[in-house]
Design a protein. Structure first.
Length: 469
C-alpha cells in the first residue's frame, strides 16, 4: 500500500504522454484531442487517489489503454447511422422518415453547389424560397396557397399567432392532446397569445357546443388530429364540413392541425382509413397544417395550406423568418412531392410508403436472406430463427394498428438479453431491435434491402469476437 503523496507523484507527465500517444496513433488524431484526453484521464485518476478509491500505481500499459480508449470515444462521430430493426416505420427517435434516393441526391446538390434558393432565374431579381414548392403543394392538395416552415409544431404556432392572437379559439375537449416531445395544444395556444375555449366532453362534442361558445371575441375554430391517441366507445366529433358551415355563418376561420398529413388513401393498401389532406381541403377548411416527415415521408417540415387570403396573412408574419426552412429541406421536399403526381411512383420511391405497404411475404424473404447466411455461423453462440411479428406505423399515426411482419429472433446462449441488446446498440454500426418474450427481435419491415448483407456480417462478426458478459 503506497501513500497518497507517493501515488500522486507517480502520475504520468502530460507532455510525455502526449508525445508517446502521438507516436503511437500517427497524425490522424488532432493533438488538441490527445491533450484534452490525457489531461482528463490524469485528472480522473488524481481524484480517485485523493478520495482513496485507488491505492496502486497504474502501469504504463494500463495508462496507454486508458488513453486510447478515451481517444477512440472522443473521435467517434456523434450523429450516426443505425439499422432500425424495431419495425416502427416513422420512428421519431431514429430520424422519422427516410428520404428517397432522388431526395438524398438533391440534398447533396443543395449542399455542395450554389442554387436559386432566393434568386428568380427568370427576372434575375431576388426570389422567394417558398415559391419553389408552393405550386407543387397546391397541385397535389387542391389548396389555393401554401407555405412551408420548420416543422408542424412551428406551423401550428405561426398560424395561431397570425390569425388568433388576442382572440378566442374554440377546441373540442376530445382534441386537447399532447403529441409527445411536450407539444401540447393548450400550451402552444397560450404561447401564441390566443385564448383557449374548451367545449364538449372528453368523449363527445356536438355542433351546438361550438355554436354556444361563439362570442364576439371568437376568431377561429380549431380541429386537431388526435394522432397517437384514440377515443373508442361512446364518442362523437363534429365533421369538418359541419364546422365549415357554422364558421361561415359567423364569419370565423376553421383551422385543422392534421398531424401526419397523408396524401394517399392508404386504406386501399390494407391500412386504416385516415382523412387525406385533399379531403380536408375539399371540406372547405380554411387552413390546414401537417408534418413533412410523418406519413408524407419527406424531410422535417411543417406544411401550411389553405385559402389564399388566409395564407397571405401568415406569409406576412415576421415570425416566419425565425421559423423558415433551409435549403436542404426545400431541395428534398420538392423531390418527395414530385413523386406524388403518380401514386405508384410515390408508393415505390418514398421509403415510408414503401415500408408501410410492403407485404409480409416480401419481408419474410428479406428475413430468410439473413437467416440463411448467419444461422450456421453463429449457432454455437446464439439460437436464431424467423418469427412472425407485428410492426407499427409510428409518428403518432394509426396508433392501435398492427402491420403483419417477420423478424429475426435471436437468443444468445451465454450473453444475457439486456447485455446483448446494449452491445448491439453500441457497435460502430448500431443495430436497434426490441426484446419481446425473452428474445431479441429484428423486424425486417424497417431493415432496408441494401442493409441485409451488412446486417449478416455485423451479427456474424459479433459472435466471432469472444465477448465478456
Ligand atoms: C406530430 C404532430 C405535431 C407536431 O409536428 P412536428 O412536425 O413533429 O413538429 C403537431 N400536431 C399533431 C396533431 C401531430 O400529430
Amino acid at each position: 500500500m503506497e501513500n497518497t503523496k507517493q501515488l500522486l507523484r507517480n502520475l504520468p507527465k502530460v507532455d510525455e504522454c502526449i508525445t508517446q500517444i502521438e507516436n503511437f496513433v500517427g497524425p490522424e488524431v488532432p493533438t488538441a484531442i490527445i491533450k484534452q484526453v490525457v489531461q482528463e484521464c490524469i485528472e480522473t485518476e488524481r481524484q480517485k487517489i485523493l478520495f482513496a478509491q485507488h491505492d496502486t500505481t497504474m502501469s504504463n500499459a494500463d495508462w496507454m489503454d486508458f488513453f486510447l480508449a478515451e481517444i477512440e470515444r472522443k473521435n467517434r462521430v456523434n450523429f450516426r447511422r443505425v439499422i432500425n430493426g424495431t419495425g416502427v416505420v416513422i420512428h421519431t427517435n431514429l430520424g422519422r422518415s427516410l428520404l428517397s434516393e432522388k431526395a438524398t441526391n438533391a440534398l447533396a446538390q443543395a449542399g455542395g453547389y450554389y442554387s436559386n434558393l432566393e434568386f428568380n432565374l427568370d427576372t434575375g431579381k431576388r426570389g422567394s424560397r417558398y415559391s419553389l414548392v408552393e405550386k407543387l403543394i397546391c397541385d397535389l392538395t387542391g389548396a389555393e396557397a401554401a407555405l412551408v416552415v420548420n416543422n408542424n409544431a412551428a406551423a401550428v404556432f405561426l398560424v395561431l399567432e397570425t390569425l388568433a392572437r388576442g382572440t378566442e379559439v374554440i377546441v373540442s375537449r376530445g382534441q386537447l392532446v399532447e403529441i409527445g416531445g411536450s407539444f401540447r395544444i393548450p400550451d402552444v395556444m397560450t404561447k401564441s397569445g390566443a385564448r383557449l375555449v374548451e367545449v364538449g366532453a372528453t368523449n363527445r362534442t356536438h355542433l351546438f357546443d361550438y355554436e354556444n361558445a361563439i362570442s364576439p371575441e371568437t376568431s377561429l375554430l380549431l380541429r386537431v388530429h388526435t394522432s397517437n391517441f384514440r377515443l373508442i366507445g361512446f364518442t362523437s366529433e363534429v365533421s369538418a364540413e359541419e364546422m365549415v358551415v357554422l364558421a361561415r355563418k359567423h364569419g370565423l376561420i376553421v383551422m385543422e392541425d392534421l398531424g401526419s398529413g397523408c396524401l394517399v388513401d392508404l386504406s386501399k393498401f390494407g391500412l386504416p382509413r385516415e382523412p387525406t389532406v385533399q379531403e380536408i381541403v375539399k371540406a372547405g377548411v380554411d387552413v390546414v397544417t401537417f408534418s413533412g416527415d410523418k406519413l408524407l415521408g419527406g424531410p422535417q417540415a411543417g406544411i401550411i395550406i389553405g385559402k389564399r387570403d388566409v395564407i397571405d396573412r401568415v406569409k406576412k408574419n415576421p415570425l416566419n423568418r425565425a421559423l423558415r426552412i433551409d435549403k436542404f429541406t426545400l431541395a428534398s421536399l420538392e423531390m418527395i412531392l414530385r413523386d406524388y403526381y403518380d401514386t405508384e411512383c410515390a408508393l415505390k420511391n418514398i421509403p415510408t410508403l414503401a415500408m408501410l405497404t410492403c407485404t409480409s411475404e416480401v419481408i419474410k424473404k428479406r428475413g430468410y436472406k439473413v437467416l440463411r447466411k448467419i444461422k450456421k455461423e453463429i449457432e454455437a453462440k446464439c439460437h436464431s430463427c424467423l418469427v412472425s411479428t407485428v410492426s407499427r406505423v409510428g409518428g403518432g399515426a394509426m396508433p392501435e394498428y398492427s402491420l403483419d411482419s417477420w423478424a429475426l429472433a435471436l437468443k444468445p446462449l451465454e450473453l444475457g438479453l439486456n447485455a446483448f441488446e446494449s452491445a448491439l446498440r453500441r457497435l460502430p454500426l448500431p443495430l436497434i431491435g426490441r426484446i419481446e418474450n425473452d428474445i431479441f427481435l429484428v423486424d425486417f419491415r424497417t431493415v432496408q434491402d441494401r442493409e441485409l448483407s451488412e446486417l449478416s456480417v455485423l451479427l456474424i462478426d459479433f459472435f466471432r469476437v469472444e465477448r465478456a458478459v
